[in-house]
Design a protein around this ligand. Structure first.
Ligand SMILES: NC(=O)c1ccc[n+]([C@@H]2O[C@H](COP(=O)([O-])OP(=O)(O)OC[C@H]3O[C@@H](n4cnc5c(N)ncnc54)[C@H](OP(=O)(O)O)[C@@H]3O)[C@@H](O)[C@H]2O)c1
Length: 388
């Protein structure tokens, strides 16, 4: 039996708790029905971590009846937080501890946080100082630091799973790496990569739309947005995804310097507000946003938040912003949270582009994408018969 040992960092968050739930429901060794089960040996959040090389028993003992309750995240938080030990040095001692326990090369760390520097350092430490693997839904370590660091993190393709960072679960990142690794040159990419902004556009183009601020609030309640919705509306989230896409193609792109970025709204004046105050304050934008959408509609057009990359010789032109398109065009006809990417290469030429459409992420799809990355890392993957 090939068991995968996973350590989930961010286990008490939206994505992390859904990942725990899916693993316990479908992949746990206790179920006895999986040929390649997954054992959770560690969990962490911003307060500290809990590690047991033999598996976190209290998790694997959670009764099945608890797994489908609506408030599983709260249940899990209440269960884990008293056990999570406060660590003064955060994650920096973690790898030493897991290596000391004889687990070097036996672990996959899953990053479901929205952390920056600490997580970036941790990813680097794992890839360069151990034989363990990483799977990440967190885009920051890949997008916010220099292109050389991206190369360092992704140098061993099989040890670094990142399909949930862009169009989670839709293979986009893996496809781009494949194109690069077989010298299939990409010349143009265009797409809508944000489920939350797609949802907001779709709602705003309705005949009698709710106000922009109400729609954003709803998108946040439905967990379509980033932990901080300002990251969606400033365009930062899409810019992070475009940076990752460009870097998969070995373009030395820096998010701040190389992308022509226009937010969905101008978020500069809201930067220092709390999430709650931000969600209230953006009602000031309602009239202007409504006018943009109704003006476009009068011309039988609509607006989409589009990211594009155009390769011109040695240079690349990258843009992110709200763009007017025909309502029946490839991107104008996208509905709700759906994402779409169109990739033009030397073989997939204009008119024959490689197009991927997938539902916008959300917690279930993202957690499923993470589990597929885990599966791809199994050293001894076996087939089996599974009850459907
Ligand atoms: N929502 C989607 O559809 C989607 C799709 C793809 C990717 N993502 C990405 O998934 C990530 C998580 O999103 P989410 O909505 O689950 O966020 P969330 O609910 O805010 O959860 C974040 C989790 O990370 C923990 N954390 C934060 N900083 C940490 C640190 N330095 N060390 C250890 N743990 C830390 C938090 O701990 P505390 O509870 O102690 O603060 C919490 O458990 C984000 O990076 C997001 O961009 C989301």
């Amino acid at each position: 039996m090939a068991i995968q040992n996973v350590f989930i960092i961010g286990a008490t968050g939206n994505i992390g708790s859904e990942l725990v739930r899916q693993i316990l429901e479908k992949d746990s060794p206790q179920l006895g029905e999986h040929k390649n089960p997954t054992r959770i040996v560690g969990v962490a959040n911003s307060k500290g971590y809990l590690f047991n090389p033999g598996g976190i028993t209290m998790l694997h003992d959670i009764p099945e009846s608890q797994l489908n309750q609506d408030n599983f995240k709260t249940y899990l938080k209440d269960l884990l937080e008293p056990e999570i030990l406060r660590k003064e040095n955060g994650l920096s001692d973690l790898l030493t501890e897991t290596n000391k326990a004889g687990m070097d090369g036996e672990l996959i760390f899953v990053d479901t946080t929205d952390g920056n520097e600490e997580l970036f350092k941790f990813h680097r430490q794992v890839i360069t100082n151990s034989n363990d693997n990483i799977v990440t839904a967190n885009k920051n370590p890949l997008a916010l630091y220099d292109p050389e660091s991206f190369k360092e993190l992704t140098q061993f393709r099989e040890r670094y799973g990142m399909r949930s960072t862009v169009m989670a679960g839709a293979h986009t990142v893996n496809l781009l790496f494949d194109f690069y690794d077989i010298s299939e040159h990409v010349v143009r990419i265009e797409g809508c990569f944000s489920g939350s902004l797609g949802y907001i556009c779709s709602e705003l183009e309705k005949d009698k739309p709710e106000t922009f601020s109400e729609i954003v609030k709803k998108a946040h309640q439905l967990k379509y947005t980033e932990p901080n919705p300002l990251d969606d509306l400033s365009g930062l989230d899409v810019a992070r995804k475009l940076t990752i896409i460009a870097r998969c193609l070995n373009k030395p792109i820096n998010l701040k310097d190389d992308i022509e970025l226009k937010g969905f709204i101008d978020t500069d004046k809201y930067k220092n507000k709390s999430k709650e105050d931000f969600l209230l304050a953006i009602q000031d934008e309602n009239d202007e946003v409504a006018k943009k959408f109704s003006d476009a509609k009068k011309a039988n057009r609509t607006l989409r938040y589009i990211a594009s990359l155009e390769v011109e010789g040695e240079t690349s032109k990258l843009k992110v912003g709200l763009t007017e398109v025909a309502s029946d065009s490839v991107l104008g006809s996208l509905k709700g949270t759906a994402n779409k990417i169109s990739i033009e290469t030397k073989v997939f030429t204009k008119g024959k582009e490689y197009i991927i459409q997938s539902p916008g992420a959300g917690i279930e799809i993202t957690a499923t994408g993470i589990r597929r990355d885990l599966l791809s890392m199994l050293k001894d993957r076996k087939s089996g018969t599974y009850p459907l």
